[in-house]
Design a protein around this ligand. Sequence first.
Ligand code: SF4
Length: 344
Amino acid sequence: MYVNDGEVEIKDAERLWGKDAYEAEESLKKELGDKVRVACIGKGGENLVKFAGVMSDMGRTTGRSGIGCVVGSKNLKAVAVSGTKKMEAANPEKMSALVKGMIKINRAWVMEPPVTNYGTSVWLDLFNDFGDVPFKYWTLGGGSDLTNLGGLKMAEEILTGNYHCYGCPIGCGREVKVTSPAKYAVEGPGPEYETLTAFGSLCMIDDLAAIAKVNDICNRYGIDTIETGSLVAFSMYCYDKGWITREDTDGLDLIWGNADAAIALVEKIAKREGFGNTLADGLKPAAEKIGHDASKIIGHVKGQAFPMHDPRDMPGTAINYGTSERGHAIFTDRVYSPNMVWDL
Ligand code: SF4
C-alpha cells in the first residue's frame, strides 16, 4: 500500500513477497525514494507465525501481539508513506511548550544517562541483583549470573553507535558489529534488554555475539523476540525434563545454553518447519501439543509470553501483567511504580 500526499494506491508486491524485512524496506526506498517511510512484514508474517510483528526503520518493530500475522493474513507486505505537506499543530505555542516540557522530564529522568550510554540492556547490569531478570525459563532469578551479557559488555565489545527514533533525545537503540566468530557475524541494530534476556538468561546462553545474531535473524523474519526467545527457552525446559527428545526436535540438541540449536530453532519457527511449526502458534498451543505438565509451567497471560521482568521482584508487575487487556505487557500501566525507588 503506497500513501503519497494523501493518495492511497494498492500496488502489486509480488516482487517483495519472500524478501526479509530489511530487503523489503531497502527495495521500496530504492523504488520510491529515500524519504519514503516503510512499515512491512518479514517472512514470519507471510507464514502467519502468530507472534510476527510489523517492522520499520530497519530494525524497529511493533513486536508484540502478532500484528504482523494479521497483516500477513491480508496479503499486505508493506505500507510505504511519503508526503510533501507540513504537519500543522492546532496550537503551535502550546505544542512547542509541551515538547520542551517533555524533553525536560526526559533529561531529569534518573535512567536517562545509563540508557543513552548503554541502551535498555543496562537493565541487566543494574537490576539483576534485585531479582528482576528471569533465568532458565523462570526457574532461577534473584541475581543468578551470566557474565557476558548486559549493556556495559555490549558497549565494550560490539557497540558502534546509538540509534535515535525520530526526534528522541535519548537514543536508546544500539548499533552493533560482530565479526568473530564468523558464524555470528552481523552489522546493524543490536539487541534490546528484552531480547538479550529472552535469548540470554532465559535460555542460559551467555554469548553476546550469538544473541546479536539471533536478534538480526528475528528482525529479518519480523518475529517478536520476547515470544520467540520464550518459546526456545520453554523448549529447552521440556527437553531437559525429557518431555521432548531429539526425535521431536528434528535432531536439535536443545540443552540449556546451546546457541547454535537456538538459532536453528528460530529459523524453523519462522519458516514453520518441523518442530518449529509446533511452536509457531505460540506457547499455549505448543504446550498442549507437547503434553506432560507443559501447560502448567508456561509463563503467559492470554496466550502471550511474560516480558522479561520477574514479578517476584516487583509484585506490582504481577497486577500489571494480569490486568493488561492485550495479554502480558509491561507498559500498559504502571501498577509496579511503587516498587521502583525513583518513581516514589
Ligand atoms: S523514542 Fe527514544 S527512548 Fe524510546 S525507543 Fe526510541 S530512541 Fe529509545
